[in-house]
Design a protein around this ligand. Structure first.
Ligand code: OAD
Length: 263
């Protein structure tokens, strides 16, 4: 009876898939930033373990109590501001920059922390003039958007959350600003989503790092690669709903696994 492949064998199969791939899509979630110090949502110490999304991350919550919602996002901004990209972000940024003839890599992230963006800048500094920025399907915490006219601006570094009157307002129309992130019950940007699914449906490999794979539509991106006969390679210390569907599953953290896999 054949024994199940060990971790080294799985890693070498994953490397072979990546080496042979002409088109790669990478989908990341909160786990890729965990070793940078950004809390995940559903794991131990995760944000949704102690708070309910309906109280903080829905349009209804913002309409009901914008001060409370801003207080939480201002805290998250301050956490993220103290974090730097880790070795997994950097390895993925270098992969996205590698412009081998006839190959392409698209990085798609559910994270709003901007760390893939920072890593893209860092990687481009020593390699290539044009950074390869990720598609941020759930928005970016460091940007603001007007809740009335939808104008986007660079997020303010200090938000006064002492009263509703002091919350930031749009310079154009006076509407309340909100973080430029996708909340539960809101639609994702259709163009960004189309680009992600289009790339996944043409990819030879979809590398999925650090996501619980439970939030749709992002969780369906690897399915688009499977549907066209491509391979899905999952990197996660834990089993997820994607695991039974994945071609290969590498059990380890992002920093332990991704740089070695792509090195
Ligand atoms: P979750 O918190 O749901 O899942 C994080 C995943 O990362 C889990 O599967 C962990 O096992 C894994 N993980 C933990 N530490 C890791 C590490 N060091 N290296 C690799 N993996 C690790 O986060 P997401 O899947 O990103 O949506 O959550 C998806 C969406 O739900 C988020 O984008 C957010 C949230 O509500 C919005 O805000 C719209």
């Amino acid at each position: 009876m054949a024994s199940s492949p060990d971790a080294n064998e799985i890693e070498s199969r994953a490397r072979a898939h990546i080496a042979a791939a002409r088109r790669i899509v990478v989908l990341t979630g909160a786990g890729v930033s965990a070793e940078s110090g950004v809390p995940t949502f559903r794991g131990p110490g995760g944000l949704w373990r102690s708070r309910r999304p309906e109280e903080l991350a829905t349009p209804e919550a913002f309409a009901r109590d914008p001060r409370l919602v801003w207080e939480w996002y201002a805290w998250r901004r301050s956490v993220v501001a103290g974090c730097a990209p880790n070795a997994a972000h950097l390895a993925l940024a270098r992969l996205a920059l590698a412009r081998r003839p006839h190959t392409s890599t698209l990085l798609v992230t559910q994270n709003v922390d901007g760390l893939h963006h920072c890593a893209a800048d860092l990687a481009a500094r020593d390699a290539d003039p044009a950074p390869a920025y990720p598609l941020e399907v759930h928005g970016a915490i460091h940007r603001d958007r007007c809740s009335r006219c939808a104008r986007r601006t660079q997020g303010l570094s200090a938000i006064d959350t002492t009263s509703e009157d002091r919350l930031p307002r749009c310079e154009s129309c006076g509407g309340l600003l909100r973080p430029d992130v996708v909340w539960f019950g809101e639609s994702l940007d259709a163009d960004i989503l189309e680009e992600a699914f289009d790339a996944a449906s043409r990819a030879d490999v979809c590398l999925v790092v650090g996501t619980s794979a439970v939030v749709y539509p992002a969780a369906a991106i690897p399915e688009a690669t499977l549907a066209r006969g491509g391979a899905v390679i999952e990197v996660n210390p834990d089993v997820t709903p994607l695991t039974p569907r994945a071609t290969l599953s590498l059990r380890g953290t992002a920093v332990e696994t991704v740089p070695a896999l792509l090195g």
